[in-house]
Design a protein around this ligand. Structure first.
Ligand SMILES: [Zn+2]
Length: 335
């Protein structure tokens, strides 16, 4: 096995030790202090067109860190398609698409603050500008230092101190160790970010994707447009495990989620559950034909439906016209 002396993403080969790197379940493990630990397949190492992604390296680094932090699972980077792709396997495009990339300096400051939204108030936090710049989706240590200093000027820190660590190598830029504490203003700002969907025009449609059901999906989408909102649904279901992260990102920005329980698809339940957890209002609907059929079959599926019907209000639609009525009046009522 070849020895990888530098990180395949950031090409960093100084100040970093790719410790314990090696082969793990047919994948090559990288432990980069900047990009954190991730795995790649042999194909990825051989074919990854780094030049093509040169301008997007900061996005890849930021996404690697964010997904790793949220999933607490090792990510494997793929190149091309693989029949054995699992939940934590991403192509570079899927990786970038599965997170919300902050494009403006303000968005980067917010993203950085959100990294700590689950921390305990008063905790003294610490970052190194040379190692942790992807945490704020910064492109390099200078931008990261600027983000930290600006966040401090904006009053987001109640404590802020920086210590120069000097350049790690001759000719390199000076790195800083920054210690900070989130202020009451930062916590208030984080709370308001959670409710930002109030201004959103997006309504997510979670439903069964199938030709026979497609007319109903279109009715839901048209009804949403009729009352002045933007319908959003994820149609490609070929790789549900990667597409689902995309769907969850969209739901997070939605004002309302319309859940069609017809056929009780797994992805629909995941999307609904996520919306519930995020306190995003949901409208539950189900087709009468399916509802009646499930009731007369008397199997486990029915019990599940009964459970949901008992605990949540489900609107049963008889036909397209009825569904249109339900969606339009519910959207007007809820929003
Ligand atoms: Zn790296």
């Amino acid at each position: 096995m070849e020895d990888y002396k530098e990180c395949v993403i950031c090409r960093n080969d100084w100040s970093m030790n790719i410790e314990e790197q090696g082969v793990l379940n047919n994948a090559i493990l990288f432990k980069c202090p900047i990009c954190h630990a991730f795995r790649t397949t042999d194909e990825f190492l051989m074919w990854f067109p780094r030049e093509k992604f040169e301008a997007d390296i900061w996005k890849i680094q930021g996404a690697l860190r964010e997904i790793r932090r949220k999933k607490k699972k090792m990510i494997t980077l793929f190149y091309g398609e693989s029949p054995v792709k699992g939940v934590n396997d991403y192509t570079i495009d899927e990786l970038i698409e599965s997170v919300e990339i902050p494009e403006t300096p303000t968005a980067k400051i917010e993203k950085f603050l959100q990294t700590y939204e689950d921390s305990i108030g008063g905790t003294l936090l610490s970052v190194s500008t040379i190692q942790d710049y992807p945490e704020a989706y910064a492109a390099n240590l200078e931008e990261f230092l600027w983000i930290l200093e600006t966040a401090n000027e904006l009053g987001f820190f109640s404590h802020f101190s920086k210590k120069s660590q000097g350049p790690s190598q001759e000719g390199q830029k000076s790195s800083h160790r920054v210690e900070f504490q989130l202020s009451a203003k930062a916590w208030g700002h984080l709370a308001s970010l959670k409710q930002k969907n109030i201004d959103s025009k997006k309504i997510f449609v979670a439903c069964w994707f199938n030709d026979t059901h497609d007319t109903y999906r279109k009715v839901i989408e048209d009804s949403i447009s009729n009352v002045g909102y933007d319908p959003m649904s994820i149609k490609e279901r070929h790789y549900p495990e990667t597409i689902i992260s995309k769907a969850l990102g969209e739901i997070q920005q939605s004002r309302l989620v319309i859940v069609d329980l017809t056929e009780q698809r797994h992805t629909v339940f995941v999307e609904w559950g996520f919306a519930l957890g995020k306190n995003i209002p949901c409208l539950l609907v189900v087709s009468k034909e399916y509802w009646d059929g499930a009731h007369s079959s008397g199997d486990e599926q029915t019990e599940k439906l009964e459970f949901y019907a008992k605990n949540y209000s489900i609107k049963i639609y008889k036909n397209e016209e009825h569904l249109k009525e339900i969606v339009e009046s519910a959207v007007r009522e809820i929003l």
